[in-house]
Write a protein that binds this ligand. Structure first.
Ligand SMILES: *Cc1c(COP(=O)(O)O)cnc(C)c1O
Length: 420
């Protein structure tokens, strides 16, 4: 017998067949296809349960143990766990786990540490940067003076002497390192040297490499960076949202205040619980093995694609992602991505550095081994993926080839169930 109000609905998803059908469709899509989009991953049941928990009912504002509303003892416990794990995982003194997204983490740092109109030196989106680092279409692009650096045409790498010259000429208040389509290691120590020379903060946005950083497989931004931001749902394989890390207590007021009330209101506690869950998983030894496989699989994928004559931008990768230039294949990224999607291979079109083509029909594709590795793919599976990609980009209009590949992809996926 229920004492609940009759207008309080207690049914589950079955009570909403339209929504249930869409969600079941998404489960099937994830199960039956291969996810190669770098901003995605497959979370554990633990993360799903934490994010789907009753913490969504609780509203809190402000820091753990300093909330504006009462009844926050368990909210505080959840957030304290996430904070403690984040600091332990990345070896730093301070963290903020409240940003609703990676973009909010960045906006909060900018708002908290910079003044209106201050200059930010960040990577051009066309060279692999992220829009939240000051793209003109965003608030950050409007509120700060954005100066762009790119990669060298010859090496397709960030060249420190060019960045140094730009920093001396523009005197930014902040230098932002890291992007969403840059696959190579960065020299954080040298970047800090440049930042110190011009009196700038160094912020590292490690969204695509956080898991590798946590497990010692990619250069660590600390102790060099003043501030580090990341998303928690890409290489960290966890809850949707963002995270900020730093070491200098003098920055705490600015950063915490930049997030709340600077750019956000109350905390998404269910997402914070999901972050606590994934950070706990990332502290386990198995997470290192996962990241070793991410790297090994990415290198196998890149090498096999190159063997088929596809050009890997900058000649390779130091993380889970890579950019592929399709110019020699005579196909654009949008056409290739659509054909690959029909074959069950989810990828995104992407501009390559100095792309002569527009973002809607660019020269390249971005690929990642994150999600495939999470479901158990090894180098053999990724080499098969490379073979399918090579076949399809050379014949994107071949319906028979696409249908045959779709069937083979489905078979392989059946051997790697994502939620048993
Ligand atoms: C994905 C990404 C973000 C933004 O994440 P959202 O959660 O979509 O706001 C920020 N920075 C980098 C480098 C990213 O790759």
């Amino acid at each position: 017998m229920s004492a609940l109000h009759p207008g309080y609905f207690t049914e589950g998803l079955d009570a909403d067949p339209e929504l249930a059908a869409a969600i079941r469709g998404e489960i099937a899509r994830q199960q039956d296809g291969i996810e190669l989009i770098a901003s995605e991953n497959l979370v554990s049941r633990l993360v799903l349960e934490a994010q789907g928990s009753v913490l969504t009912n609780k509203t809190v504002e402000g820091p753990a143990y300093g909330r504006y509303y009462g009844g926050a003892e368990f909210a505080d416990a959840v957030e304290a766990l996430a904070l403690e794990r984040a600091k332990r995982l990345f070896g730093c003194r301070f963290a903020n786990v409240q940003p609703h997204s990676g973009s909010n983490a960045n906006a909060g740092v900018f708002f908290g540490l910079l003044g209106l109109g201050d200059a930010i030196l960040s990577m051009d989106v066309a060279a692999g940067g992220h829009i939240s680092h000051g793209h003109p279409a965003t608030l950050t692009g409007r509120d700060y003076r954005i100066v762009r650096y790119g990669v060298s045409r010859a090496t397709e790498l960030v060249e420190l002497d060019e960045l140094h010259d730009l920093a001396l000429a523009e005197r930014p208040r902040m230098i932002v390192a890291g992007g969403s389509a840059y696959a190579r290691a960065l020299d954080f120590s040298a970047l800090r040297g440049i930042a110190d020379e011009v009196g700038a903060y160094l912020m590292v946005d490690m969204a695509h490499v956080a898991g590798l950083v946590a497990t010692g497989l990619y250069p660590h931004p600390f102790p060099h960076a003043h501030v580090v931001t990341t998303t928690t749902y890409k290489s960290l394989r966890g809850a949707r949202g963002g995270l900020i890390l730093w070491n200098d207590e003098a920055l705490s007021r600015g950063i915490d205040g930049g997030v709340f009330p600077g750019v956000q209101g109350s905390v998404m506690l269910h997402a914070v619980a999901g972050k606590a869950a994934c950070l706990g998983e990332a502290l386990r030894p198995e997470f290192r093995a996962y990241n070793e496989a991410v790297l090994e699989n990415a290198r196998a994928l890149a090498a096999r694609l190159a063997g088929h004559g596809l050009r890997i931008v900058s000649g390779g990768t130091d993380c889970g992602l890579m950019l592929v230039d399709l110019a020699a294949q005579g196909v654009t990224g949008d056409v290739a991505a659509k054909a690959l999607e029909r074959a069950g291979l989810a990828v995104n079109k992407n501009q390559i550095p100095f792309d002569p083509r527009p973002p809607e029909a660019p020269s390249g594709l971005r690929l990642s081994s994150n999600a495939g590795t999470a479901r158990g793919f090894g180098t053999g599976e990724f080499e098969a993926v490379a073979d399918w990609i090579a076949d399809i980009v050379s014949a994107p209009g071949d319906d028979a080839l696409i249908a045959a590949t779709r069937a083979t992809v489905r078979e392989m996926c059946a051997r790697f169930p994502i939620y048993a």
